[in-house]
Design a protein around this ligand. Structure first.
Ligand SMILES: Nc1ncnc2c1ncn2[C@@H]1O[C@H](COP(=O)(O)OP(=O)(O)O)[C@@H](O)[C@H]1O
Ligand SMILES: [Mg+2]
Length: 380
């Protein structure tokens, strides 16, 4: 075989022969954290984090995201349950004994040190020659695009640059797992979007497992391989971004990720995979991940994305009339708020039309489900 063909072959063998590569790098096993006063931080959390993945913990304030990171880092010991790394129980190890580094929300840089000293700080505890240290500091700063700021004072840097120094300081020690607690929350929207792309690129280049915390669902959707949605110390759903968006498992996930109409709907009947419902007069088609078929007349919550609804000026087969109560300009689309009757409010994202029919408050729009759209049937 040609040398590169041999290499490819060996790479394939490695994946086949080392099944442990597919196992969890980090595993939380039935982890609970109860704070003094009985405050629940984590409630029986089971979580597998794969080697090399970009995993995001997403949820509202107080749901247990930071506590999860602190338990993985060793800053917090669980009340019950175990933390495993490579199958080894590390629950009792202290933070510096774990191959884990954290980028804190406020960066926690040393203001009296320059950039190189900040980045080298973690390395200074290791037995490395001065030359090796300096080389690794330069490499880490190069990775985050700050090679020219080696001797700059932290106080001279912009918010985005400080963010990068904090990143460089965390990766210079070559951790197995990098924990990032709301790393971009201090940046303005534009810089934040740019840093999301850079963070993802950095993770791909390093191949390091990243576990990031955010309360921003757009950020989670754009950056993650998988997202863990948390609520009140528990995991609601773990899935890749597109699955979470298309097939949220619960009402909580559906309402937290993007905008979703949660429509109380009556079961009408089944055509093969399609479950037919009606929300008031609006016909809907749903899918059930559980395979459950409701009984005729049963009421279920169906999740319908605003972009899966059409608004027309004329009634037709499959449409239901709705009174427009609000029109919000969103750029490429216009968001219509409308009342379907029977107390059902609905949100529709209609393409912006320079020509033709433009809806105004008080108009009647004829609403229908986009052909081919399938909407999740949600559990509570
Ligand atoms: N050291 C602590 N002492 C008491 N309660 C805490 C402590 N740390 C966190 N909590 C509580 O645990 C819950 C989860 O907190 P946290 O993990 O910080 O949430 P998040 O990062 O998702 O906003 C919250 O109710 C919070 O008030
Ligand atoms: Mg937090």
């Amino acid at each position: 075989m040609a040398p590169d063909a041999t290499e490819q072959f060996q790479e394939k063998c490695e994946v086949v022969l080392r099944p442990e590569l597919q196992d969890a790098l980090v595993r939380l096993e039935n982890v609970s954290k109860i704070f003094p006063g009985g405050i629940v931080g984590l409630d029986a959390v089971d979580l597998d984090i794969a080697a090399g993945e970009f995993l995001t913990l997403l949820g509202p304030s107080g749901c247990g995201k930071t506590t999860s990171l602190r338990v993985i880092a060793g800053f917090e010991s669980p009340t019950s349950g175990k933390v495993l790394l490579d199958g080894r129980d590390i629950t009792g190890l202290r933070p510096f004994e774990r191959p884990v580094n954290t980028v804190f929300q406020d960066y926690a840089l040393f203001p009296h040190m320059d950039v190189a000293e900040n980045v080298g700080f973690g390395l200074s505890l290791r037995k490395l020659s001065g030359a090796d240290q300096a080389r690794r500091v330069r490499e880490a700063l190069d990775m985050v695009g700050l090679a020219d700021k080696l001797r700059a004072r932290v106080s001279e840097l912009s918010g985005g640059q400080r963010q990068r120094v904090a990143l460089a300081r965390a990766i210079v020690c070559e951790p197995r797992v990098l924990l990032l607690d709301e790393p971009l929350s201090a940046l303005d929207a534009h810089l934040r979007e740019q840093m999301q792309v850079e963070l993802k690129r950095l993770q791909a280049r390093l191949g390091t497992t990243f576990v990031m915390v955010t309360h921003d669902q757009t950020e989670a959707l754009s950056i993650s391989d998988r997202i863990v949605v948390m609520n009140k110390g528990r995991i609601e759903q773990i899935a890749p971004p597109a699955t979470l968006y298309d097939r949220p498992a619960t009402k909580f996930v559906a309402s937290f990720i993007g905008t979703m109409n949660l429509l109380q709907s009556r079961f009408v009947g089944r055509d093969r995979e399609r479950l037919r419902f009606a929300a008031g007069e609006l016909p809907l088609e749903a899918t059930s991940d559980s395979g459950e078929t409701p009984a005729a007349g049963d009421i279920r919550t169906i999740g319908v994305r605003p972009e899966d609804l059409l608004a027309a000026s004329q009634a037709a087969e499959g449409t239901a009339p709705a009174r427009v109560s609000g029109v919000v300009f969103h750029g490429r689309t216009v968001r219509l708020h409308a009342e379907l009757g029977q107390g059902i409010s609905i949100v529709i994202d209609a393409p912006r039309r320079a020509d033709g029919f433009q809806f105004n408050v008080g108009d009647v729009a004829h609403i229908s489900l986009r052909r081919g759209a399938s909407c999740p049937m949600l559990s509570s």
